[in-house]
Ligand binder design. Structure first.
Ligand code: FAD
Ligand code: UDP
Length: 414
């Protein structure tokens, strides 16, 4: 095996696929990629559903980055649409109806929630306190000494954060890692985009073709439906692959506790259940579409935005409508997806999606990392392997930078 391959990569998601391409093309290495799923692209995988709608199988994925390097790298394998993600919070208006306003909560949300006059007055007050275009985390805003500002922060906390966070994490915003709610700050702006990054969009043909092109290189072999743990043995002083020592580079992008047989117990995660619904244009005049409760159906769409967050009620956190995300032109049919979050138990059909970052879990992670550190040729890379809340672009950059380092070291050592 070692004669045939110089690098082994476990996982064909963003981390693994980018490293495979870099090591194969830039480094001239022969690379074997093992992927336990039946497909490449990791959690960014997309495909057509039975109605011909392009869907994201593992949650909505919107590409955004400030890294020119990441953007240029991915542009070698896809063009990006100019899609700019916007999200609405949908909640009861307190008078028997419902309202929607932009999330992150911004100056427009303020006017939608409090009316144009009062909203504008409160907006002026926030602008005077923090300055235009500033982003303030909800936890920080609640600490503001001005009682009117802290009362406003309580409104946002109650109507946008507390119940959504309870649904997503089973804990309050104070109990979870503060960096998590800081991802969606209060924004003193009228910019209603979810991200302000310099480069954003969707791969025009989808993520999976982008990954196909990335992995399409003569030095790369991909084996699907292959759990690397069935081929690797890390019980001794060196890594065995198929029973023989493997001294090449090993990049592992799966969950690190699994790699070491859960010897210290499971790392805690949240998992998601995705519930899909497809709405078809009515084919009989007496069939309403999608139903009477949804007035937004101009152009065969289910909802007003690609993602609508249910911040106060419902058991799901958000609904994503894929056509709005991908720009797919498919009249008369649309597929939506509701996300339900719960604790990951390790059952075979569950996928660990979100690391639960806190000091106790980080300490447990460190014990696994110490096991990995015993092998100088083993590198943990990726959202699972590093037990971090990384977006795709962060993983892409880490993968590129790890390859820089490994190739440099390789050159130095001949
Ligand atoms: P993954 O994509 O999880 O890939 C790891 C791969 O390793 C998987 O294919 C897995 O099957 C494989 N594997 C694991 N163990 C083994 C094994 N033992 N043997 C063989 N193969 C194995 N990021 C954004 O930038 N924008 C977004 O809008 C966005 N939305 C998201 C929505 C949701 C619901 C979630 C959960 C994440 C979202 N992300 C988003 C984050 C994004 O999914 C990650 O940053 C990215 O997928 C990380 O890539 P990765 O390669 O580290 O992990
Ligand atoms: N959040 C919230 N209400 C919202 C949006 C986000 O309370 O309407 C909080 C929640 O705790 C969530 C976190 O902010 O887990 C990060 O949100 P983001 O949309 O970045 O989560 P992701 O897309 O990664 O699931």
């Amino acid at each position: 095996m070692e004669q045939r391959y110089e690098c082994l990569i476990v996982g064909a998601g963003m981390a693994g696929a980018i490293a495979a391409r870099e090591l194969a093309q830039r480094g001239g290495r022969r690379v074997l990629v093992l992927e336990r799923r039946a497909h490449i692209a990791g959690n960014a995988y997309d495909c057509l559903d039975e109605h011909g709608v392009l869907i994201h199988r593992y949650g909505p994925h919107i590409f955004h980055t400030n890294s020119r390097r990441v953007y240029d790298f991915l542009c070698r394998f896809t063009a990006f649409s100019g899609y700019q993600h916007e999200v609405a919070a949908n909640l009861p208006d307190g008078q028997g109806g419902r309202i929607q306003y932009p999330v992150p909560f911004n100056l427009n949300s303020l006017e939608a929630a409090f009316g144009p006059q009062e909203g504008a007055r409160l907006g002026e007050k926030l602008l005077a306190a923090y300055g235009p275009e500033k982003k303030v985390t909800i936890l920080e805003l609640r600490q503001h000494p001005d009682p009117e500002i802290s009362a406003l922060a309580d409104y946002v906390y109650d109507h946008v954060f507390v119940r959504y966070t309870m649904k997503q994490w089973g804990q309050t915003p104070e109990e979870i890692d503060p960096n998590t709610t800081a991802r969606v700050p209060v924004f003193l702006s009228r910019d209603c985009r979810y991200f302000q990054d310099a480069y954003q969009g969707m791969p025009v043909e989808g993520y999976t073709p982008m990954f196909e092109r990335m992995l399409d290189h003569p030095n790369i072999t991909v084996e699907l439906n292959t759990d690397a743990r069935d081929r690797l043995d890390l019980s001794g002083s060196e890594i065995l692959l198929d029973g023989a020592p493997f001294r090449g580079l090993v990049l592992y992008t799966g969950a690190v506790d699994e790699l070491f047989g859960l010897v210290y117990g499971r790392l805690p995660y949240r998992t998601l259940d995705f519930v899909y619904e497809t709405w078809q244009a009515r084919n009989r005049p007496d069939e309403p579409w999608p139903d009477e409760a949804h007035p937004l159906r101009v152009g065969d769409f289910y909802q007003s935005h690609a993602t609508v967050n249910y911040t106060v009620d419902e058991d799901f956190t958000r609904i994503t409508e894929f056509k709005r995300l991908t720009g797919q032109d498919l009249p008369g049919v649309t597929t939506i997806m509701k996300e339900y979050s719960r604790a990951y138990t390790g059952a075979a059909e569950e996928i660990p999606y979100y690391a639960i970052i806190n000091p106790e879990n980080n300490a447990l992670y460190s014990k696994y990392q110490a096991l990995a550190d015993r092998f100088p040729n083993l590198h943990l890379l990726g959202r699972l392997a590093e037990y971090k809340y990384y977006n795709m672009d962060a993983i892409a950059l880490r993968s590129l930078e790890l390859c820089d380092r490994l190739l440099e070291e390789g050159e130095r050592h001949g």
